[in-house]
Each structure stands twice: as structure tokens, then as C-alpha cells.
Design a binder for this molecule. Structure first.
Ligand code: ADP
Ligand code: TRP
Length: 322
């Protein structure tokens, strides 16, 4: 199965990115042909500072490698090392009705958050569809907020194939068990809400952040509701099912404070991410090796993309000098 996904280098990686996207990307590396890219063209919609974009692009690569992505098994590359995606995005634009684009909720959400309504932001789903279709990807593992984009991609593959001929493959989305990860304030964890728990935080900062998770004011002795508790939602992502069941009982019985369960969350954070701080430092000290990985993977990805683009151009009558 060919698996593809992208992650934007638009800020520091956090638990939402990890549990919704990166974790399943890493798990899927065992039995599939994987293409994972750092979506730097997409991030020009929001970060328009060259040094910062370069730095954040590198940080996503370092984060993936530190969390256990194996560059021997997976293609990890920069979106911009396959510039053909922008060409495919144009061709898709020519067969896609404006009505479909108008229905994209992420554009509306971003405008509502105060981002300027640029054409880049509006056309974002076209570029994302090109990212997926250019590798004839079968499966796209993402967080829930991206599913509409995959459905639009399916529609665009259909428009192209119906207009010209059967060239593009219809992809399927894949969600993991954590469709929405809450932040410290209980809203969806997101860089733009300032409510993230980042990966690779120093132990003291991680503890401080976890202790600041918002909880209700139920007194210690009273029963508590696991369903509405943000700490419990995060614990569920990190603890074994047995431990989760145990905490669930303790919540319902009452007699424990939120401080205790937060402390347990700190321990889980340390177990899962603390152990990776060293790997992050190791990869950070080897920028040439990281560059090598990105380039080699980028070349492999580009070779696939160029083949598909030849079919695409041929199907619509676009000629280029060889
Ligand atoms: P942010 O909201 O912080 O800007 P991104 O939009 O860059 O995060 O998200 C990158 C990936 O991580 C996407 O696949 C998205 O679905 C997933 N993701 C991010 N935050 C969350 C969250 N809180 N819950 C579930 N998935 C998330
Ligand atoms: N839009 C995705 C996000 O914001 C990133 C992305 C870009 C992507 N192109 C993609 C994800 C292709 C999956 C497939 O998180």
C-alpha cells in the first residue's frame, strides 16, 4: 500500500500533531511504502519570513527522526523538492469548480482566526490534492480536520479522470484513535490557540504545562466525570487500556484530586517523549546527515511524481521539451 502524508512546518510540534498524525505515520512505516513530506509551500500561506521557514522546516524533519521515523524505511522529504506538485495543482484548478473550493471549511476557519484571505489560502486544497495524487497514493493518514481535504481530492481525481482519461488514483483518508486532541484549555490543541503541550519540552517546563491543564472544581472527595476531563482525554492517549480503565473507576468513585492524575500524565510524557530528547540532540548535531536523508528521499519521490506528470500532461495535451 502506498501511504502519503504531509505536515506543515508552521510551528513547534505538539501532542496534537503527534497523536493525530505523526504517531500513525511512524507505525505505518513497517509494512508500507511511505511518502512523508514537510509541506513548506503550504506554509508560505502563513509564514512569510525566510529564515523562520527554513528553521521550522528543519525542525519538522528533526522531530520525525527523533520520534523514530526510520529513514531506511520511509521517504521523508521537503514538498519543494518535488516542484511538479505546483504544476499539477494548476491542472487540477482547471477541472475543479469554484463551488467545491467555496465549501472548504478550513479556509473559513482560518479567515475567522484573522488570517488575511490570500489566494494561497483559498487554493490550499488544490495544492494538497496535487500532493496526494502526484504519487498515486492509496491511503492518507491525517487528523480529522483534514478529512474534507481528502474528500475534495477524491472529487478532483474524478473530475480529471472524467475530463481526460483514467490517470489519477482515488485516495482514502485514515484516522487514528485520537481524532481531536484537547489543549490545556480544553479547546482543540493548536499553535494558534496558544494551548499546546509541545514535544521535547524540558522536564520542568513539561511538568508546569501539564499541571496547568484546565479542570473543573469538583472537590477531591466527589465523583468526577472522565468524559469531560481534559487530563483524562490526554491520559487515554498515553496509558495502557488497563490503566485507563483503572483511572475511569477512580474518577467515578471520587476520592482523588486532579493533581494526582496530572502527575501520572507527567510520568507518561517523560516515558514517551523524555526518552526522545537525546535522539533530538543527536540528529540536531548531524545537519548534513539530515540534509542527505531529505535529498535522497526527495529524489525518489520526484522520480515517481515525474512519471505521473508525464501521464497527466499527455492526457491533457501539454507538451514540454525534453
Ligand atoms: P495546528 O492546529 O497546531 O496549526 P496543524 O494544522 O499544523 O496544527 O496540524 C498538523 C496535523 O496534525 C494535521 O494532520 C492535523 O489534523 C493534526 N492535528 C493538529 N492538532 C490536532 C489536534 N488538536 N487534534 C487532532 N489532530 C490535530
Ligand atoms: N493540510 C495539512 C495540514 O495542515 C498538511 C498537508 C499538506 C497534507 N499536504 C498534504 C496532509 C497532503 C496530507 C496529505 O496539516
Amino acid at each position: 500500500m502506498r501511504v502519503l502524508s504531509g505536515i506543515q512546518p508552521s510551528g513547534t510540534l505538539h501532542l496534537g500533531n503527534y497523536f493525530a498524525a505523526m504517531k500513525q505515520h511512524i507505525e505505518l512505516q513497517e509494512d508500507n511504502e511511505c511518502f512523508y513530506f514537510i509541506a513548506n509551500y503550504h506554509t508560505v500561506t502563513t509564514i512569510q519570513d525566510a529564515d523562520r521557514l527554513r528553521q521550522l522546516t528543519q525542525n519538522v524533519a528533526l522531530g520525525y527522526l527523533a520520534m523514530g521515523l526510520d529513514p531506511q524505511k520511509v521517504n521523508l522529504f521537503r514538498q519543494s523538492d518535488v516542484p511538479e506538485v505546483t504544476e499539477l495543482a494548476w491542472i487540477l484548478a482547471c477541472v475543479t469548480g469554484k463551488g467545491l473550493m467555496d465549501r472548504a471549511t478550513s479556509y473559513k476557519d482560518k479567515i475567522a482566526k484573522g488570517l488575511p484571505p490570500s489566494m494561497g489560502l483559498y487554493c490550499y486544497p488544490l495544492l494538497m490534492a496535487a500532493d496526494i495524487l502526484i504519487y498515486r497514493s492509496d491511503v492518507v493518514p491525517v487528523g480529522k480536520d483534514q478529512v474534507q481535504h481528502i474528500e475534495m481530492t477524491q472529487d478532483m481525481a474524478g473530475y480529471f479522470n472524467n475530463t481526460f482519461r483514467e490517470v489519477l488514483v482515488r485516495p482514502e483518508p485514515r484516522l487514528n484513535e485520537a481524532p481531536v486532541v484537547p489543549g490545556v484549555d480544553g479547546q482543540k490543541m493548536s499553535k494558534s490557540y496558544g494551548n499546546t503541550i509541545d514535544l521535547f519540552m524540558a522536564p520542568k517546563s513539561a511538568k508546569k504545562r501539564i499541571m496547568s491543564i484546565k479542570t473543573d472544581s469538583t472537590p477531591v472527595a466527589e465523583p468526577k466525570s472522565p468524559e469531560t476531563c481534559n487530563v483524562f482525554a490526554l491520559l487515554k492517549l498515553m496509558a495502557t487500556p488497563d490503566e485507563v480503565a483503572e483511572w475511569e473507576q477512580r474518577y467515578r468513585a471520587g476520592g482523588h484530586g486532579y493533581g494526582e492524575v496530572k502527575q501520572r500524565l507527567v510520568e507518561h510524557y517523560e516515558r514517551i517523549f523524555g526518552a526522545r530528547r537525546e535522539a533530538l540532540a543527536d540528529w540536531t548535531a548531524r545537519p548534513d546527515d539530515v540534509e542527505d536523508i531529505l535529498r535522497t528521499s526527495g529524489r525518489r519521490a520526484r522520480a515517481v511524481a515525474q512519471e505521473v506528470m508525464e501521464d497527466v500532461r499527455d492526457a491533457c495535451g501539454i507538451m514540454v521539451a525534453k
